[in-house]
Design a protein around this ligand. Structure first.
Ligand SMILES: Cc1cc2nc3c(=O)[nH]c(=O)nc-3n(C[C@H](O)[C@H](O)[C@H](O)COP(=O)(O)O)c2cc1C
Ligand SMILES: [Fe+2]
Ligand SMILES: [Fe+2]
Length: 396
C-alpha cells in the first residue's frame, strides 16, 4: 500500500519536527509536532498548505516523489501562520507557474510576509475550484480559527475537509498517517493542550466554524497538525465542541506558588481534604516547576480551579500572576473557583486572587483560606477541611 495515499488522488506530503523545543517560542513539544501538507492529483494538481521552512528540502522531496514528474498548478493557502506558509517563497521559485489561492486577507498577508503579489487567485466564501479528474474544492472561511484569514477547503468527491489548524494536535506522525494507522493514546491530551495554548481564546469563532461545517458530510479531516481523522471524527468533534464551549468536565485543578513550602503544605492539605470528601479527579501543580501548557490544558478540561499564592512584595507570587494573566487572555467565561494564600506581615495574595475571580465573573461561593506566617497542622488543617467541604458542596 502507498501509506501517503489518504484517498484516491489525495497524498500526504507533510513533515515531522522532533527538533523544535517550543512551538511559537512558548509551548513545549514532548512528542514533537507535524506540519501537514497534502497534494491533490486531479487533471490539475493542487498543494494544500506548506510546512515550516527549515523542513523545506524534505518537504520538496515528498512533493516530488508524489508528483512523479508532474508540476503544481495551485497552492491553496488556508492559513498564513508561518508554520504553514514559510515554504511558499521556496515553492514559488521551484514552481514559478504555480498559482497561489487564498482569500483577500490571505493575499494581503502573502504580500506582507513574502513579497508575493502576482499569479494569485482570490476566492470568496463558497467559491469552488475544479481540478478535474474527479477532484474539486470548495472554500469556507473560518476567521479566527486561529487567525483572521483562516479558511478551510472541502473536497466533496471524497467528503474530505482540509481544516487548517482546526482539529490539529501536537505529536509527530510516527509511521502511520491516519487515525487507524498510529497509536492514539497521547494525542487526546495533546489535542487539548494544543487547543488550550494556541486556539483557546477563540471559542466563539470555533463554535461558528463548527456550526458551518456541521452542514457538510465529512468522512476525512486533514488538519495541519497530527493524524488524519477518519474513525475518530466523532470523538475529535466532541473534544473541540466541549473546549470551544469552555464546558469543563467535573474535576479540580489545584495550582499554587510557594517559596518556602508553607503555601505548598496548604495545597496538599486542601487536596487531601477534597479527596476525603470524594471530590475528583484532582491534579495539583506547583507553578514554579509545572509546564504551564499542562496547567492551561487542564483548566480547559476541568470545571473547577483552586489557586494558592504567597504574598510577594505586596503582590501575587509571579508564577501565579503569570497563570492568571494567561487565563484572562483566554476569556474563559465560566469556572468554579476557590483560593488560598499566605503572608507574613501584610497579606495581598488572597485579596488579589478573589479580585481576579470577580473580574472573570466566575462562580466563587467558597471562603478563602488565608495563613499568617508558617504552616502548622494544628493551625491550618481545620480551615483547609472547611474549604474542601465548601468546594465539595459547590460541586454537588
Ligand atoms: C521575596 C519575598 C517577598 C515577600 N513579600 C511579602 C509581602 O509583601 N507581604 C507579606 O506579608 N509577606 C511577604 N513575604 C512573606 C511571604 O509571603 C511568606 O514567606 C509566604 O507567604 C510563606 O509562604 P511560602 O512558604 O509558601 O513561600 C515575602 C517573602 C519573600 C521571600
Ligand atoms: Fe495557526
Ligand atoms: Fe499551525
Amino acid at each position: 500500500m502507498n501509506i501517503s495515499e489518504i484517498k484516491p488522488g489525495i497524498r500526504y506530503v507533510g513533515v515531522n519536527d522532533r527538533t523544535t523545543t517550543r512551538f511559537e517560542g512558548l509551548w513545549s513539544l514532548p512528542y514533537g509536532v507535524s506540519y501537514n501538507s497534502y497534494l491533490l492529483l486531479g487533471d490539475k494538481v493542487a498543494l494544500m498548505d506548506t510546512v515550516e521552512e527549515s523542513f523545506g528540502s524534505r518537504f520538496l522531496q515528498n512533493i516530488e516523489r508524489e508528483l512523479d514528474g508532474r508540476t503544481i498548478d495551485y497552492l491553496i493557502v488556508n492559513h498564513m501562520e508561518p508554520d504553514h506558509s514559510s515554504s511558499v517563497q521556496m515553492l514559488r521559485r521551484v514552481y514559478p507557474d504555480m498559482r497561489i489561492v487564498g482569500n483577500a486577507k490571505t493575499l494581503q498577508m502573502l504580500a506582507g510576509y513574502y513579497g508575493i503579489a502576482d499569479n494569485t487567485l482570490e476566492v470568496k466564501e463558497g467559491d469552488t475550484l475544479d481540478l478535474g479528474g474527479g477532484l474539486s474544492l470548495a472554500f469556507y472561511f473560518a476567521p479566527m480559527v486561529h487567525w483572521p484569514e483562516v479558511m478551510v477547503s472541502y473536497c466533496p468527491e471524497h467528503r474530505t475537509l482540509f481544516s487548517a489548524d482546526a482539529f490539529g494536535t501536537f505529536g509527530t506522525l510516527d509511521g502511520g498517517i491516519t487515525d487507524s494507522q498510529v497509536r492514539l493514546d497521547h494525542y487526546w491530551d495533546e489535542m487539548r493542550r494544543y487547543y488550550a495554548c494556541i486556539v483557546g481564546k477563540y471559542g466563539v469563532p470555533v463554535q461558528k466554524a463548527l456550526a458551518k461545517l456541521g452542514t457538510l458530510p465529512i468522512e476525512t479531516i486533514c488538519s495541519t497538525h497530527g493524524p488524519v481523522w477518519q474513525r475518530e471524527i466523532p470523538r475529535v468533534l466532541d473534544i473541540y465542541d466541549r473546549l470551544s464551549r469552555y464546558a469543563g468536565e467535573r474535576g479540580v485543578v489545584l495550582a499554587y506558588g510557594s517559596m518556602y513550602g508553607n503555601t505548598e503544605q496548604l495545597a496538599d492539605e486542601i487536596a487531601r481534604a477534597l479527596a476525603a470528601q470524594g471530590v475528583g479527579p484532582i491534579t495539583v501543580y506547583n507553578l514554579s516547576t509545572a509546564d504551564i501548557s499542562h496547567v492551561l490544558r487542564d483548566v480547559f478540561r476541568y470545571d473547577t480551579l483552586i489557586v494558592g499564592s504567597p504574598t510577594y512584595n505586596g503582590e501575587l507570587f509571579p508564577e501565579v500572576e503569570g497563570l492568571l494573566q494567561k487565563l484572562a487572555a483566554r476569556n474563559i467565561p465560566q469556572r468554579n473557583f476557590a483560593c488560598f494564600g499566605s503572608y507574613t506581615w501584610a497579606g495581598a495574595a488572597v485579596k488579589k486572587l478573589q479580585a481576579f475571580a470577580e473580574q472573570m465573573k466566575w462562580n466563587t461561593p467558597c471562603s478563602a483560606v488565608e495563613m499568617k506566617q508558617g504552616y502548622s497542622h494544628a493551625a491550618c488543617a481545620e480551615s483547609c477541611r472547611r474549604l474542601a467541604g465548601e468546594v465539595a458542596a459547590m460541586l454537588k
